[in-house]
Ligand binder design. Sequence first.
Ligand code: SF4
Length: 463
Amino acid sequence: MDRLVTAVGAPTCRPETKKYFIETFGCQMNVLDSERADAQLRKCGYQWTDVLEEADLILLNTCAVRERPAEKALVRISEIRRRKKPEAIIGIMGCVAQAEGRRLIDRAPDVKLIVGTQAVGHLAALVTQVERGGDAIVDVRMPNRPAFDRLAPEERRQRHVAYVTIVEGCDKFCTFCIVPFTRGRERSRSPEDILTELRALAGAGYKEVHLLGQNVNSYGLSRRIEGRRMGFADLLEMLAARSGVPRIKFTTSHPRDFDERIVRAIERWPQLCPWIHLPPQSGSDRILALMNRGYTAEEYLRKVEYIRRASRDISLTGDIIVGFPGETDEDFRQTVRLVEQVEFDGLYIFKYSPRPHTVAARWADTVPEPVKTERLMQLVEVQRGVQRRRWQRYLGREVEVLVEGRSTKSERHWAGHTPCHKVVNFESSMTNLEGLIVKVEVTKINPHSLFGRHVESRAESTV
Ligand code: SF4
């Protein structure tokens, strides 16, 4: 039988150094949870290793948005099992852990730890319990009060870009989405706490912060600051004015809650990066209603209009699901039309597949797999053309790049992101640019990145 944790004690620190390995799948929120896990594990004496075979504790941080997520996690566990030290402990965290709980242990009895999305903040205590031996530990409780841990700058893996959660969970219950079941009901973090964390990051030299939430636009609907209600646009303005962070990005925006004030804030504050991820999911009103998205294609296009009319060039990206139950050829044609009309700077296209607990999982998955694949390929082709055309506007332009390190493709080149979140690789004669914000002239447009040369005559910005 599993032990369900009901009380969490202080972790036991020990003198010997053990090593841990974490493999992270999924979104930025999972990346942040892995950083929170790092901080917890260091607390109880573990040191990070990137060599799985050396680790005493191996954690798989899972994503339930992937297709057949539990099966994929279990396949990965069997690969890990073959490579790990015999006595190493295996644990699963993230959305699959939350959704499946002890069922994972029924299917993989050597997994000794299941850490739900709300349990990362006391991982040290859970690991200490597992080390004592005995049955597996499962903690998938969903408390009403979220654990918005404030990570110290030195507890983070990245040195220039930091992720900060502002909203946890979601109340929208889109019929295809597992998030409300894995991350719980929506809760906003206090603005003072967010500001304090951003100031600490700015003080430690961080150049870019990503504000995270499943739906950042519904931030703080019930919160007040300085006597007035504080919405997401207010939070953005406050952080731009008072945090000292040079670049602030945010994701994900929900079209239903997205309002013009957010665009006005981006126009007003250069610290707010001109990039909005606003997923339409479909261009058919019938499918949008079945998805419970709460807007029509026309309403979505109206919000895009705000963005296009802005005085800054705001980059717009989105997500689309093809092959949702009941999607006809005509519904799909409407999606293609919307994609052509909007002209996204980037688009993530997914084939629908059912997720446990969701409403759509109870419906027949009516679109045959080959049709889903065909629709996906067709839309990818449409978007490729749109993107090629749209990105031409960068050719010859000078863009600001936060240099995150050497390019993965070539040691001779540097790589980083623009404020509009494009990847830029570039050449430079300088030997150390990491962490600086530099000017790059774009000389070539690749399908998914820009290439350019460092404009070295300019003084480099270190703020
Ligand atoms: S808004 Fe919809 S798709 Fe996004 S996290 Fe909430 S339920 Fe999922």
